[in-house]
Design a protein around this ligand. Structure first.
Ligand SMILES: [Zn+2]
Length: 291
């Protein structure tokens, strides 16, 4: 249909332009982020669920919100550093000096403050919610914390099965998951199953710094060959042994992220709700309170 041609040509041009853009680094890939957010959403209190729905766009689920920060990172200059912290893998633990006030730990704290503040503009709280979801998850990706002077594995070129154009960071973002599960639904099933295990009861609580320490410990293992314990070097060919040793770690990290995210949102969105309730005059406070 000739009349359609200009429109089609425009669509084709836009698609070509989009394809030409480098893909933003999606920590955990889309399936990992979305599945973990679905687990979190299933554990929200009715109050937090309603508050999240009121903040997000019409029809936007927590899973949709979970990838927003990666999809829009280009539009927010400097925001790339908010998704990770480089902690040397031989450091005993995460320390604020690794963060220098501009990393996933400090940004998560900042976005949580905005989310819990009902006086903050709605637009800001909506963005804060999207970041809180995403950053809790990124903080659980071991190579978003542990670093061996190779940008969290980005500079360590490896192959995983037949994919010989990847690197260790991408293996952890999405390679292991892609080889382990067909689709987002299958990842979500694995997370929901693990969250029902008795051991998962011990996984809630803790602070962002604790979650960073866990990721650091997992990163030390990620940088080693499972059998021999030798450090993985550029050019390493990772296969079945690496996949089988580490996919369970990925599933556990995403499950923990989902469970903790639900706690974070239940707390922060409830705090905002309470603060919004009309303040009652304090009872039995003397007119001249002693100082
Ligand atoms: Zn990210």
């Amino acid at each position: 249909m000739p009349r359609d041609l200009p429109a089609r040509r425009a669509v084709a041009l836009v698609l070509t332009a989009l394809l030409a853009l480098p893909t933003p680094a999606l920590a955990w890939g889309r399936n990992g982020h979305r599945a973990s957010a679905r687990l979190a959403e299933s554990r929200l209190t009715p109050e937090a669920r309603a508050a999240a729905r009121a903040l997000l766009d019409e029809g936007e689920s927590l899973a949709d919100a979970s990838t927003w920060a990666d999809e829009h990172s280009r539009e927010i200059p400097g925001s790339g550093a908010w998704h990770y912290v480089n902690v040397p893998i031989d450091a005993p633990r995460y320390d604020d000096r690794h963060c220098r006030d501009n990393c996933v730990v400090s940004r998560l704290a900042e976005f949580r403050r905005i989310l819990a503040d009902p006086t903050a503009p709605r637009e800001r709280r909506r963005m804060a919610l999207r970041y809180v979801v995403h950053l809790v998850q990124d903080l659980h990706q071991p190579l978003h914390v542990g670093d061996r002077r190779d940008r969290g594995g980005n500079a360590t070129q490896v192959s995983l099965f037949r994919d010989d154009r990847t690197n260790l960071h991408q293996v952890w973002d999405s390679g292991l998951l892609r080889n382990g599960y067909r689709n987002e639904r299958a990842v979500a099933d694995a997370l929901f199953d693990l969250a029902r295990e008795p051991e998962a009861r011990d996984w809630t609580g803790g602070a962002a710094e604790d979650w960073a320490d866990e990721s650091l410990a997992a990163a030390r293992r990620a940088y080693r060959e499972p059998g021999s314990n030798r450090p993985i070097q550029s050019g390493a060919r990772l296969g079945r042994e690496y996949q089988d040793a580490n996919l369970p770690v990925v599933v556990e990290r995403l499950t923990k992220a989902g469970l903790r995210l639900s706690e974070v949102l239940n707390a922060d969105l409830a705090a905002a709700g309470r603060a919004k309730a009309p303040a009652r005059p304090p009872a039995r406070v003397p007119a001249q309170a002693p100082r």
